[in-house]
Design a protein around this ligand. Structure first.
Ligand code: ADP
Ligand code: MG
Length: 459
């Protein structure tokens, strides 16, 4: 049989030559990690086929090293052959064992390693299991979170997916898992991200075009990966691919994964089907709005946590029966009432509560949208909505834009990412704009009054 490859060149021989070439082109650690367990399973006149231990390695190597391999082969053989990859039947090697590098040696009487927490935002300590009120609405989610925190990766909930509307306690439970794991040392490393942060990290990484292993590095030795608000990965195929790779790698080594979402993942438009089918293998638990009894229990819990709180039982009951939408709103009302009591040094009566609640209820009923905020602010500053959201950085347009972003953050449940998007800006610009407004409001009373007036118009 005529072959483009010299008959003397056995697969092993050819592969060794290719490895020699690759070694000079790929950083040593990357080379050792990705290539030491691969083999050449087929070479013919029209292709080379490389055997890899699992689909995760396949996707990674194909994406990052295919052309380097093809170039090396071209150089060695003197003609071009496409390289393909196939999963061979060899058992999954420890090659990508997420903890293999840092795994402590057994014995030697070492003390227990301290738990590492890798989170891009500080975890909020009151978001723990003790402070979480369990009711019919969240019983299942809570139980699954407890099971996961007690035995990460060794339970029937992997991945665990918590979903439910805004303010239902998803972030609280997710961070509760992190606190529990840390305190009880049920893991060695916790990685916590919102999917917005994950996206931002990934985009920065791609822009800087750093070593391809660098991004994966912070995730690879996670014993538990906690991802908040997965819905923000919708419509971002590149980031989803990277997330899929990390997810698959960790999952294949029984690392625990917990994800939250504001709706069932199957209803998130723009989420890749392969990611969805991974989620299908896990456990879905929903969080529903609490009933009256649970709302009251939550209010009790929150006012117990606040040593200065002096809201009486009747008022708590009034709040519980009038603020029905979600727990965040319930909590917000309690904070407002406490602030009012602090300020006036007078006990809160139901009449006062009614007045304060008025805003909350009205706001909710109107379903304030970003569009309405943009239109209202644009009108106030005599600009067109298109100009307000345009790229121009002229001061007389940028300043009102900051105000609109600030109000959007204050008056709606939209994330910074979504707010940024509505103004054709990114997440960090939104933060910057909002901070500016806050600073001005502190130092300039006329400015503050103007913003309060706008807020009143929108409420
Ligand atoms: P989500 O992430 O679902 O939007 P959060 O976890 O941020 O909601 O919850 C909003 C607020 O409500 C938080 O302050 C949280 O502590 C509180 N909360 C929600 N559910 C409960 C609960 N069952 N018990 C106590 N607090 C809760
Ligand atoms: Mg949340």
């Amino acid at each position: 049989m005529e072959s483009g490859i010299p008959p003397t060149a056995s697969a092993q021989f050819l592969w060794n030559r290719l490895l020699d070439l690759l070694r000079t082109r790929i950083p040593e650690t990357a080379f050792n990690t990705w290539f030491s367990h691969l083999s050449l399973t087929e070479h013919s006149r029209d292709k080379l086929v490389v055997g890899v231990p699992n689909t995760f390695v396949l996707e990674y190597v194909e994406h990052h090293y295919k052309s380097i391999l093809e170039n090396a082969a071209h150089e060695h053989l003197g003609f071009f052959l496409p390289v393909f990859f196939t999963v061979t039947q060899t058992p999954a090697l420890e090659l990508f064992h997420p903890g293999s590098v840092e795994e402590p040696e057994a014995g030697h009487g070492q003390s227990k390693p301290v738990v590492t927490v890798d989170a891009t935002v500080p975890l909020y300590s009151p978001y723990n299991f003790d402070n979480f009120v369990v009711g019919d609405c969240n019983q299942l989610a809570h139980a699954a979170c407890m099971a996961v925190a007690e035995a990460p990766g060794r339970n029937k909930f992997n991945p665990l997916i918590l979903y439910g509307g805004t303010g239902m306690g998803k972030t609280h439970l997710l961070q509760g898992i992190a606190h529990f794991c840390r305190e009880n040392e049920t893991v060695q490393k916790i990685v916590y991200r919102t999917s917005e942060e994950f996206t931002r990290e990934y985009i920065e990484f791609v822009q800087k075009n750093k070593d391809s292993r660098a991004f994966y590095k912070s995730y690879k030795d996670a014993d538990i990966l906690l991802i908040d608000d997965i819905q923000f990965l919708a419509g971002k195929p590149g980031t989803q691919d990277e997330f899929f790779n990390i997810f698959s790698a960790l999952h294949s080594f029984n690392r625990q994964i917990v994800i939250t979402s504001d709706r069932p993942p199957s209803q998130i438009q723009g989420l890749h089907s392969r990611l969805l089918s991974r989620f299908d293998t896990g456990f879905l638990a929903d969080l529903q709005p609490p009933n009256l009894e649970t709302r009251l229990a939550i209010l009790h819990k929150k006012s117990e946590m606040d040593a200065d709180s002096c809201i009486n039982e009747d008022v708590l009951a009034y709040v519980a029966s009038h603020v029905t939408s979600n727990v965040r709103e319930l909590e917000g009302t309690l904070i407002k009432l406490s602030a009012y009591a602090d300020f006036t040094h007078a006990p809160i009566t139901i009449a006062i509560a009614k007045e304060i609640l008025g805003d909350t209820v009205r706001n909710h009923q109107k379903g304030l949208t970003l569009k309405r905020i943009i239109d209202t602010v644009a009108a106030e500053f005599k600009l067109s909505p298109a100009l307000l959201t345009s790229q121009t950085r002229k001061k007389n347009i940028a300043e009102p834009r900051h105000v609109a972003m600030y109000l959007a953050r204050q008056l709606t449940d939209n994330s910074l990412y979504t707010i940024g998007l509505a103004f054709n800006r990114d997440y960090s610009t939104a933060i910057h704009s909002i901070k500016r407004v806050e600073q001005f409001m502190e130092s300039d009373t006329a400015y503050r009054a103007q913003i309060e007036k706008l807020r009143a118009t929108l409420a």
